[in-house]
Design a protein around this ligand. Structure first.
Ligand code: ZN
Length: 159
């Protein structure tokens, strides 16, 4: 069947900035399982999947606006160093901070004696992304999956 709204899709992906080698890939691991039409993945990639079938492979460039959004200025925050534990911090490094809204990936900007300036933009914000995609399988989602807004079973939620 062809991919459309309320399909459960499993796929392999490799992603990197346009013109750069991929920095993240599912090859060698489990494919990702998503429910189409429920904001499970970035909009530009979901759009590129519509109409594809199991076994299809394709590449797509997704502009930042349809990926993780443009970078926003003024998202620098000064945080006490003790919140980073004893890891060695370097400018440009990405770390995951526990915040009151959950875990969040941030980029270190400046390391001081007792405080650290971090950039709260998503690490992929402002970047045009290149995806290589392989569709593994496509099926109609169950009513329960559609109601939950995610896929159950293999590669999906187990609950
Ligand atoms: Zn569920």
């Amino acid at each position: 069947m062809k991919i459309e709204k309320d399909c459960a899709v499993r796929f392999h992906y490799a992603v990197g900035e346009v013109g750069q080698p991929a920095t993240e890939s599912s090859q060698g691991g489990e494919p990702l399982a998503i429910l189409i039409g429920h904001n499970n993945i970035i909009p530009g990639l979901e759009k590129a999947m519509e109409g594809r079938e199991a076994g299809d492979t394709f590449a797509v460039d997704v502009p930042a606006a349809e990926a993780y959004g443009e970078r926003r200025e003024g998202l620098t925050q000064r945080i006490a160093k003790k919140h980073f534990g004893d890891q060695r911090l370097m400018p440009g490094m990405q770390v995951v901070l526990q915040t009151n809204v959950g875990a969040r990936a941030v980029t270190i900007e400046k390391v001081g004696m007792s405080v650290v300036d971090v950039d709260l933009n998503h690490p992929m914000a402002g970047k045009d992304l290149h995806f290589d995609i392989e569709i593994v399988d496509v099926r109609a989602a169950s009513e329960e999956e559609v109601a939950h807004g995610h896929v159950h079973g293999d590669g999906g939620h187990q609950h």
